[in-house]
Design a protein around this ligand. Structure first.
Ligand code: MRU
Length: 360
């Protein structure tokens, strides 16, 4: 499946991006490695294929990989539904392990797998075909709930965005990173839908270029004005008064409000504080990991050296040069002006406020 390139006049009339969809018993993922050049779907028929798609960044973004992992379990259950119960059960255990090992930082992945595990445990001695049907229902439910959470978050967060605001974002926390609407970009979309004139500045987001390739494409399709900069330009624009607010997503939020998000987020939060610019984080409750006391305990994924030495098969650094590639960093809660969740806006998040939110 592929679409021809669009002229900008057509773009704003296109239907929303379908990041993941269930078609004829398979999970189809928009292949985010190919965007914006090609719109192609990548089909997964097993937990192993889904885990590979997560690891290889076919699908990425914390809520989206949670939904994909849930479907990975449903696929495996459907694939094995006719085998004897003991083999079905050990096959499912292996699927949980394979998916849990696909990426380490976004807690939504583990949160979704726990939801699926809960269905398995509640099913007791159910027949494999019945359990497979219940697991698929749960994956659909997780996906639908994510869209609903993003829309609620958008509604709460839109109030923070002034008419005419120039909003800076990093990475892609949009429809492509979720089941739909987006977290940070969902707030922007909701502000635009409420009649506010919002323009967006996004940085490239080296090394995987989620900002340049995905956010610029996604907002362009919606007709939301977007300007692309390189990762080293935001401080300059902030110092010149050209950015009114920063809004990003999150991969894992610790119990004290520290936020792990795409590498570079910490640097942007420090710059925003220096310039008195509000720094907002939009994330669903499924991104909060209350088991971790602070951001120091969040596992930070390190990816391969080739992502830093070059991109898309072209390497510009000397072959074999030593490389570090931590793909997330942690922003201390004290730099976060407000956390936007589906439950509302929490100003100056801290341990007490997060504990109270999780009890609501
Ligand atoms: O490595 P990625 O592309 O999966 O990282 C994604 C991010 O860091 C996003 O900002 C985060 O998942 C929030 S998405 C709503």
């Amino acid at each position: 499946m592929s679409e021809a390139p669009h002229s900008s006049s057509l773009i704003s009339r296109l239907p929303g991006v379908e990041t993941l969809r269930w078609r004829e018993g398979r999970l189809e993922l928009i292949d985010q490695r190919r965007l914006p050049g090609r719109v192609e779907y990548f089909a997964c028929a097993s937990a192993e294929e889904t885990a590979r798609a997560i690891r290889d960044m076919v699908v990425r973004g914390a809520p989206a990989i949670g939904c994909a992992a849930a479907y990975g379990i449903a696929l495996e259950a459907a694939r094995m539904k006719d085998v004897a119960p003991p083999a079905f059960s050990s096959g499912l255990d292996r699927a949980f392990e394979t998916l849990a090992a696909s990426r380490p930082t976004a807690v939504n992945l583990f949160w979704a797998l726990e939801r699926m595990r809960g269905i398995v445990e509640a099913a007791g001695q159910s027949r494999p075909p019945d359990l497979a049907a219940r697991l698929l229902d749960e994956a659909h439910r997780i996906t639908a709930e994510d869209v609903a959470a993003n829309r609620a978050m958008g509604g709460h967060g839109a109030a923070l965005i002034a008419d005419g605001a120039r909003v800076f974002t990093h990475c892609n926390a949009g429809a492509l990173a979720t089941a739909g609407h987006g977290t940070a970009l969902g707030v922007i979309r909701s502000a635009v839908a409420a009649g506010k004139r919002v323009s967006v500045i996004v940085d490239e987001t080296r090394p995987f270029l989620q900002g340049a390739r995905l956010t610029a494409w996604e907002l362009g399709r919606d007709g939301i004005p977007v300007t692309l900069i390189t990762d080293n330009m935001s401080g300059h624009l902030m110092s010149r008064g050209e950015i009114d607010a920063v809004i990003v997503g999150a991969d894992r939020i610790a119990a004290n409000g520290d936020v792990a998000n795409k590498i570079g987020t910490y640097m942007i939060a420090v710059l925003a504080r220096r310039h008195g610019i509000p720094f907002y984080v939009a994330a669903p409750l499924s991104s909060i990991d209350a088991r971790l006391a602070s951001g120091d305990a969040i596992p930070i994924e390190e990816r391969g050296a080739s992502e830093v030495r070059g991109h898309g098969g072209l390497e510009w650094a000397p072959a074999g040069v030593a490389v570090r590639n931590p793909v997330f960093d942690v922003t201390p809660a004290e730099l976060v002006t407000a956390l936007i969740t589906e439950k509302g806006v929490m100003r100056e998040p801290d341990r007490g406020k997060i504990a109270a939110l999780l009890k609501q």
